[in-house]
Design a binder for this molecule. Structure first.
Ligand code: GSH
Length: 198
């Protein structure tokens, strides 16, 4: 989002595997101790503001710049619907799938949990695929709904290696949308910011 809007910013690497998001300095930005969080030194009334929860951050930056969300009420709420769909469903379910497939798989022998999150992830992919039928982007023009969602779908493939398990190639609208999203220069830059240690 920061790359798309062209806003000046400084990035900070927070290593959640070392619990850095649970340290007091970070928790002062997000009481829930989860990345991402931002501080805008030039917030409303010229005062600094901390914003956490990626949906709130995206909306904050969209409102600040007047970019990536329509100002027309119907399109604005349609965009927010899909942002909330990511926050309430895609993010939590894909995140749990990733946990049970990769990070936590050795600690959980019962495969029913993994199956549950696989099935639910497929259902959610179906919802997204149907929304993308006949559209380049989730709500007509590229928006914060796409930015919110692209990262999670990309993580299914790149981080969780779940493309085959989920039959991702069957969701042709998602495949095309993901390709369009990843072809955006701002997305390509953003995927590598902040740089990870080798
Ligand atoms: N709904 C939150 C989810 C944030 C979230 O789950 N962040 C994870 C990484 S993807 C995290 O910081 N986990 C650290 C932890 O749980 O210790 C958002 O969209 O910002």
């Amino acid at each position: 989002m920061l790359e798309e809007t062209g806003l000046a910013y400084e990035s900070h690497l927070i290593d959640i595997s070392k619990n850095e998001s649970k340290e007091p300095a970070f928790v002062s930005l997000n009481p829930n101790g989860c990345i991402p969080a931002i501080i805008d030194p030039a917030g409303p009334h010229g005062r600094p503001i901390a914003v956490s929860e990626s949906g709130a951050i995206l909306l904050y930056l969209a409102d600040k710049t007047g970019l990536l969300i329509s100002s027309a009420p119907v399109k604005r709420y349609e965009t927010l619907t899909w942002v909330f769909f990511q926050m309430s469903a895609i993010g939590p379910i894909f995140g749990q799938l990733g946990f049970f497939l990769r990070m936590g798989s050795k600690d959980y022998e019962d495969r029913r949990t993994r199956q549950r999150f696989t099935d639910e992830s497929k259902r959610l992919l179906g919802v997204l695929d149907r929304q993308l039928e006949g559209r380049d982007w989730i709500v007509d023009d590229y928006s914060i709904a796409d930015i919110a969602t692209l990262g999670w779908v990309n993580a299914l493939v790149e981080s969780y290696i779940a493309g085959a398990i989920l039959g991702l190639s069957n969701y042709s609208n998602i495949q095309a949308w993901l390709g369009r999203g990843l072809a955006r220069p701002a997305v390509q830059r953003g995927l590598h910011i902040p740089a990870r240690p080798a």
